[in-house]
Design a protein around this ligand. Sequence first.
Ligand code: C2E
Ligand code: MG
Ligand code: MG
Length: 667
Amino acid sequence: MPVEPDKNLLNGLNTGVSIVRYPGNVIEWVNEHLITMCGAHTAEDLTKHRAIEFYANPKAQEQGRRLVERILRQGHGALREMPFRRIDGRLIYVDMSGEKLPTPDTQNNDDGRILWTLIDVTQRHRLNNRLSRQALLDPLTNLANRRAFDEAFDRALQRTKRQHRMLSIVILDLDGFKLVNDKFGHEAGDHVLKTVSQRLLANIRQTDFVARLGGDEFVMLIDDGQNREATTTLMEKLDHAIREPILLPNGTPTQIGVSIGIRVHDSAENSAPGILLRHADQALYTNKTHKADRVQAWAFYNETIPHRRNPFQQLLQQSALVVHYQPILDNRQRKIVGIEALARLQDNTGKLWVPGEFLPRLQTSDLFELSKQVMHQALHDLSELDGMGWQLWVSINIDPRAVSENCSACIHGLIEQFHIAPERICVEILETGEFKERDTGLSRLMELKELGIQLALDDVGSAYSSLLRIKEMPIDKIKLDQDFVRFLEQNPQDIHFIESVLDLAINKKMDLVVEGVETGQILDAVSVLGVNLIQGYAVARPMPLTQLREFLMREPDIKHRQHPITLFGLYAKQTHFHHLLRAVLLQNPRLLTAEHLRNTQLCPIHNDINRLQFHDGHPLHILHENYHRAMAQTVTDLADGTDIPDTNHIDAVNAQMEEALLQVMRQ
Ligand code: C2E
Ligand code: MG
Ligand code: MG
């Protein structure tokens, strides 16, 4: 136990100190710092009060009383962040610790004096408070987060049980959010999430609860009272509110939708919170699969989803399918070797709807039906073409989601029916969809392969998974995404993509089909690069069977071409040659001789420039000669002992030549 304290010393301290006598809570003495800390001017301002009066609330008073008891018994004790009321009424938080002072005149444990040390920790308390609030809030939307939801869910379930009420667990997932995010950027995506959060908050009652689970997923707890009608009304309101246009920060208006899954919990049942949430999630998932034909945005767990077939689904059912075929050219054989079957739906006005218009309105089950019908028609037409002497292969598009269990059996049946050799059938898997579960997806594809049919990966480069899929799947053909091809004249540097994918295809022993070959110039360029299978408007547009027969009879005007025939083709050739020469120069320069390089006449590009009617002395010839001279010089330098070839120089001379070709082409 300390001896009587030195008050002079205590007055100099930077913490509050007081001496209080018990029972009675009589403040005997306070130091200077405590006077300021408590908002007082003189010691008397404090000593005229009883110590217990400074606690901010009854709970704190009770804690303080128990602490005093403990200190008087044990000699010391402390409490953290106790709320104190200053004499000016302000609330502060204080870490307090007490030491019992010697009281020789009494043996009673309730009597005694305590030396208190008090530190103002109001700032720290506020900071802690803010942090723990943040731990429960989603920083973007300021809605409750997953953790806060878990706590609220437990409380709500207990309340429901006590009050014999019903509780709806509602999961909401935005439709079309990813599109906004991808198209307009994350700032726009964030804006949408914040707006939706405000709209959700504005539409629920005080007794309901909403949290953001992450991404574009929200969860709500709705107090249903005795029936679920309230929930249905609320869902209508929410759906409507979310669909209202949203003005993005860049001024563009946008609109998104929502899918909702609901699990109604009855106070009598005993399901765990995790199960209830999973049920709501299942309802959401089933609901999403009916996005194309459902009549409302929400669905209850374990109930059939009210839906209505949309006009495209009806057309599909009514055999309104028309298959068009787009020829695929084999550049080496210079003839059409295959066709791609492309679906169209014809309505009763005769209008042909293209996939871009009807695919988004079809369900997964419809997609399977579509591919089945297309394949039936295509194999039928193929055997007809066979009869006329054209042995072509046919490509059929299948959405990965439609590669189901009975896919393989179905294709097998059709192969038998039409007596078509399976290797003449190629299934194109679209990159746009994902397999539901990768492993099952893969084993289904293996089943297809076992039938002997070919597999192609379509639109490679349009999604992120291409390379992974090429690595994992038993692919025979890849089709480069048209976006790399259709705009090639505007983006000539995309030639490098085609070169690289072609390399990949060759190394992986796959065929490469380049589609989107819209113009003669692109056809020329990809031919020069060594692409063999070509599809696009420059060869032919998709057409009905009757037209295809005429087209095949006419023999397309591609027989005896020598590429390049256009300046763009020449550009591609220069790019390609430079790429190859540069690689040899870096890897094995001894294969190159300065003498041969200097002789421009030996280079096929020299003849190409002549063939394209640019005679000696034309700047293109001069630049071409410069290029060869630079190459020859680099090889000479290497022979003379230079360690590393000066690629900067030859790249620059090549760039001049390429630029000139593009300029002449654009004149
Ligand atoms: P895809 O499989 O990549 O088919 C090529 C699409 O590009 C076709 O459009 C074709 O008309 C178009 N096209 C071909 N050459 C050129 C060209 O040089 N320039 C331009 N601008 N376009 C060209 P279509 O017929 O509208 O088909 C679009 C997509 O719809 C197809 O892309 C395919 O993903 C899907 N699709 C078509 N038929 C079916 C089907 O039966 N089932 C499924 N699941 N999807 C299909
Ligand atoms: Mg395709
Ligand atoms: Mg494609």
